[in-house]
Design a binder for this molecule. Sequence first.
Ligand SMILES: O=C1C[C@@](O)(C(=O)O)C[C@@H](O)[C@@H]1O
Length: 519
Amino acid sequence: MDVKNDVVVCTPLEFESLEEMVASMEKAKAEGADVVELCMASMAAPYLSHQVVDQLLERKTLPAIVSFRLKSSRTLSKGGCYDTCLKVLKRALELDVEFVEMDYEVACEVNMAEYLHNRSNTRIIVSNYVNDGRPSVEKLVDIIACMQATGADVIKLDLCVDYITDLAPIFTVLTHCQVPLIAMAVGNSGLISQLLGPKFGGFLVYGSLGGKPVPGLPSLVSLRQVYKLEYTNVDTKVFGLVSNPVAHSKGPILYNPTFRHMGYNGIYVPMLVDDIEEFFETYSGSDFAGFSVGIPHKEAAIRCCDEVHPIAKSIGAVNTIVRRPMDGKLIGYNTDCEAAISAIEDALTDRKVSSKGVPNSTSSLISGRTFVLIGAGGAGRALAFGAKYKGARIVIFNRDYKRAKALADEVSGEALLYEALEMFRPETGAILANASAIGMEPNSHQSPVSKEALRAYDLVFDVVYTPRNTQLLKEAAEVGVTTVSGVEMFVRQALGQFRLFTGGSAPEDLMRKLVMEQF
Ligand SMILES: O=C1C[C@@](O)(C(=O)O)C[C@@H](O)[C@@H]1O
C-alpha cells in the first residue's frame, strides 16, 4: 500500500486566448496536474498560428499534450479546421512536445508514417469519440484494433455514457488492453472511469481545473487530496456510495483518508446509480467489495442482497452492503438505525433530561415519548423501528400517505395526513425527526415545518447533514429546542460501516475529525 504507482494526472485546458492558456497552465500545476492538454481547437481563430504554438510550448511549465479536436472548433470552417489542425499538430511535433493528440479520422487521412518518422520523442495519441450508449467489449476491442492500426502510441476513447453500468465494458477493456489506453467518459455517470482508471490500468487520469467543473471529471484537487490515486493498484478494493443524488456525500473525504491511515488498500467513490438491480448485476466481481446505500435505494437494495442481517430485515432497509470474500455473496446491514437512535439518546442524556415516564436509568430516554417522524423511506424506516424498539409512540407524516400508513402499521404507530403536520401539537417531551430530504443542499433554505410549530417539541433531529445546520435545526435552536444534527448520525453510521467493510476497527477520533473539518 505504501508503494506509489506512476499515475499521470492530466487536465484539459480549453481557453480562447494565449494569455488564458498560459495562466491556466500555472494554475493546473499548482492544483497538482502532471500534464496539461492544450486543446488548441478551443482557441479563437487569430491564435491558431505557428507563433502561438511556439509561445505556448516555450512558456509551458508541465509536459503537454497538444490536441486538436475537429469537432470542438467553434470558429473555423470544416476545411479550414482540418488544415489548421494539421499545421498546429505538425508544429507541435517539430517542437518535440511530449504528446500530440489527433482524431482518429485525421489519423486515417494523414500520412502517419511521415508523422512517426519525423518525430523524435513525441508520442502520438489517437482519439475516437464513441457515442452509442453502452458499447460491448467486442465493439470496443474492434474500435481499438482499428485505431492501433494507425500506428498510434496511445489510444484514447472518449465516451458519452448515460449510466454508470455503461462503464463496465470499459473497465474490462482497460484491464486486458495491450496498448496504452485512456478512457474518458464524460457526463455525471462517468466519474468512476477516472477514479478507477489507475486500478484497471488506464494510461492517464483526467481532472478538472478549479472553477471549471466538467461533468464526469473529478477535480484536480480532489484527485490529489482525497482520492490520492497514486496509492491505488490492481489489488485495491473498490467501495462506493450507491445513491442518486450522490455528489453531496462526505463519504469520499471520510473513507479514503481513513483507509490510508489504517493501511487498508481501498478506494471509496461516489456511484451515481439509477437502477440498483442492474448495478449489482453489472458490478458483480470481487473488486467491488462494499457499498454504502443512499437515497432512494435503501429499501430496493434489500432485494439485491443474498443475505440480510436480521435487524436490517426487520427494518426493511439496508444502508450497507458487503461482498463476502469467501463466496462473493452480498450481505446487507443497517447501521443507520443504531446511529440515529444513539445520537438522539446521547443528546438527551447529555442534557440530563428525565423524560416523561422514564422508569429507571437502564431504560432509554426515548421510551414513553411521542416520536414524530417525517418521511417513510429507507432512513425513515430505520428511525421508526429504532424508536419503536426503544419504547416510543410513533406518529408518521409522509407526502405519500399510503407509505406512511404501511410503516405506521408495522411499528404499531399512527399515520397522519402530511397537511396536518404544521398544526400537529404533540404532548410534552415529543421528539421530531426529519427523515425526508427536505432541506438538503441545494434546497437548504427549505424546512418541513414552521418555526412556530417547532415550539411543541423537546428535541429535533434531522437526517439531512448537508448543510450541517439545516434550516429546520436553525429554527428549532432559535425557539430553544435541543437539536441533533444529521452529521452525528452520518459519523456513527460510517463507523459501523467501516468495521463491516474492513473487518477491523474504525478510528473514531480520526473519522470524526475528517467529517468535522468539512463543515
Ligand atoms: O444515509 C446515509 C448517508 C449516505 O448516503 C451518504 O454518504 O450521504 C451514506 C449512507 O451509508 C448513509 O446511510
